[in-house]
Design a protein around this ligand. Structure first.
Ligand code: NAD
Length: 350
């Protein structure tokens, strides 16, 4: 610690490592004291931004002033960086996905238990405002009994042309984006997951999945569809939630959306819809005077709370917010997704 600030060293100063660097500039309890990247251009980038890069990972670990190591390397490198940092007596913040499988994760958890050092994963999308808003709608029963939730993330650029397209580096969209949206759902619904069914897509990349759809069935019968797509030129809503009393939609990250409820359930004078080849009353749109449309109860957040919690936890003042058993459960869910997709079958989970 220096000037009451924990000293954090970044391993892997790429896109996300630099995102952390910029965030930490706005956090009182922390300071970036150095970095290490295997690419010389990123070592130079560090110098240009006033950070002294370490000549090697070993030099970084040997520096007694480093309190926290942030691991922001490609996914396959996380396990080594995390376990070596813990064993060198450092606290560790690790980017998601924590690693490539539950066996590796268990080794990382064991290292943290042996050393007594903090090991926490950056599940930052727990602080996304679209997520916190849909979670509030769910937790406050604003739609009555919820029986279906759909959570989607759609893009149209394929997988980035870097290590994310390569299996050995832990590429693919289940690990990249699936880990976020699975984590969100697990934190929102405090129930056991009975079954998992999943299919993977390989539209633009044959080696790793470039998207997936999975259906999780919870103990109460609640069904959740989660989907990541990277070849979607028209996006479906980010969130769609169906309850017995109404429906909520969040269209996008700008939080466009609404809640619609029936004002008068027994609408007598439905005007049938005539299509080119038929007639329907069941599917006729509701008249405005029979429904109530409400704004979303938007929840705001501050991502700096993630690191504030890390600092408070190291000082013994708070419990850590992102807990390792939660991270392990999501890792096992991702494994169940791969298993279901490979077998073409529903798999039991808990
Ligand atoms: P990136 O390729 O931009 O950066 C990774 C950096 O790590 C590169 O500069 C690379 O040279 C360096 N590196 C590779 N091996 C190394 C090693 N052994 N030692 C030191 N440095 C090494 O990738 P990125 O987009 O920044 O992703 C990094 C991590 O952050 C991944 O785990 C990714 O999943 C995660 N990420 C998280 C979020 C989020 O919102 N939480 C967003 C993007 C990426």
């Amino acid at each position: 610690m220096k000037n009451d600030k924990f000293q954090l060293a970044i391993v892997g100063l790429g896109g996300m490592g630099n995102w952390h660097r910029e965030l930490i500039e706005r956090i009182d309890c922390l300071e970036v004291c150095g970095s290490y990247d295997i690419r010389e251009e990123r070592q130079e980038f560090a110098r240009q931004h006033g950070i002294t890069p370490y000549a090697s990972f070993e030099e970084l670990l040997a520096d007694p002033k480093v309190d926290i190591v942030l691991c922001a390397t490609p996914n396959d490198v996380h396990k080594e960086v995390v376990t070596r940092s813990l064993r060198a007596g450092k606290n560790v913040v690790c980017e998601k996905p924590v690693t490539l499988g539950s066996k590796d994760l268990q080794e990382m958890i064991d290292a943290s238990k042996e050393t007594g050092k903090l090991f926490v994963v950056h599940q930052n999308r727990r602080w996304d405002e679209d997520y916190l808003t849909i979670k509030k709608i769910y937790e406050e029963h604003l739609l009555g009994n919820v029986y279906r939730i759909e959570s989607r993330v759609h893009g149209s650029r394929g997988i980035p042309g870097d290590w994310r397209g390569e299996k050995e580096h832990g590429g693919g969209m289940v690990l990249d984006w699936g880990v976020h949206i699975l984590d969100q759902i697990c934190m929102m619904i405090p129930e056991k997951i009975k079954t998992v069914y999943a299919t993977l897509t390989h539209v633009t990349n044959e080696i790793v999945d470039d998207g997936f759809t999975t259906v999780l069935t919870f103990e109460s019968g609640l069904e959740v569809l989660l989907e990541v797509g990277t070849n979607n030129f028209i996006n479906l809503p980010r969130w769609y939630m169906l309850g017995q009393d109404g429906t909520a939609v969040i269209e996008d990250w700008e939080l466009h959306g609404k809640i619609v409820r029936a004002k008068n359930w027994d609408e007598k004078d439905v005007v049938p819809v005539k299509t080119a080849a038929g007639l329907t009353k069941t599917m006729a749109p509701r008249r405005e005077d029979t429904i109530v449309t409400e704004d979303l109860p938007i929840v705001h957040s501050d991502i700096r709370d993630y690191y504030r919690n890390v600092c408070a936890c190291i000082q013994g003042k708070e419990e850590i917010k992102v807990k390792l058993p939660e991270v392990m459960r999501v890792m096992r869910l991702m494994e169940a997704i791969f298993e279901s997709a490979e077998k073409g079958q529903i798999v039991s989970f808990e």
